[in-house]
Design a binder for this molecule. Structure first.
Ligand code: 1GP
Length: 246
């Protein structure tokens, strides 16, 4: 199986080179927004484009192609459910919601998606997805019908992440939820990273470059930014600059 995207993530993690992903929710990416965002991303280019959303209604294969040909960086699917699949992408985060106890998002959606994904040849990155309380009820919490890990329970977060690693997952994603009031705390990132051997992805509620740098310093290997660029796309410059100093 192709492992190109994961090899890049792993190598960068091993040498401490921080990574940035811009999350595109196709439902919120109008043509007008795309025309503003794409030229900015060509100048201030992140490492990856993630594509996904919790309630995606539109087809997004053409959008993926636009990012691939426009930016020449990997496009990675970050699916909210089994319907969010496109062979046009470079890889897919095969997310299991390991912070929750809903079999639907732990294994059931995966069984339904497995054969089409396998047949497509798309690179698959098994990822332990952990929802952390971000100060308000998130779409993931509502849709998945699971409880987030309380934001001060570092020991539960660590135990969950280690269980994911021991189950063979290739990355852990600490998620405060899109548009979260509060990002995952630096204490929690530090606590989990100290014991984890696989790459650590962090996202949700990061609104400025100070928060981005704090996440990197605490131990995030890859940070995902979404919401803030939907309203203020020009902020990408400060995020990319903040990443480059590491
Ligand atoms: C959401 O982690 C991502 O799944 C990004 O969150 O949209 O809050 O930046 P934001």
């Amino acid at each position: 199986m192709n492992t190109r995207v994961y090899s890049t993530i792993l190598q960068n993690t091993l040498v401490g080179k921080k990574m940035l992903a811009v999350l595109i929710d196709p439902d919120k990416c109008s043509d007008a927004h795309l025309q503003t965002l794409l030229p900015l991303l060509k100048v201030h280019t992140p490492d990856f484009i993630f594509v996904g959303g919790s309630q995606l209604k539109i087809s997004f294969s053409a959008l993926i192609q636009t990012f691939k040909t426009g930016l020449h960086i990997p496009v990675v699917l970050f699916p909210g459910d089994v319907s969010q699949f496109s062979p046009n992408a470079d890889a897919l985060l095969f997310l299991s919601l390991i912070s929750g106890r809903n079999a639907e998002y732990l294994i059931s959606q995966h069984v339904n998606a497995a054969i089409p994904i396998h047949n497509s040849g798309l690179e698959v990155i098994p990822t332990g997805y952990m929802l952390i309380d971000g100060g308000a009820k998130s779409a993931v919490e509502y849709i998945s019908n699971t409880h987030p890990i309380p934001r001060d329970k570092n020991d539960i977060a660590l135990a969950t992440a280690l269980a994911g690693e021991m189950l063979g997952m290739k990355a852990i994603y600490l998620e405060a939820g899109s548009g979260a009031q509060l990002p995952v705390s630096v204490d929690m990132i530090q606590y989990v990273k100290a014991q984890l051997s696989i790459p650590l992805i962090v996202g949700g509620g990061i609104k400025n470059s100070s928060q981005l740098q704090a996440a990197y310093i605490a131990g995030a290997d890859l940070v995902v930014i979404g919401n803030v660029l939907e309203t203020e796309p020009e902020r990408i410059e400060s995020f990319v600059n903040a990443k480059e100093i590491f």
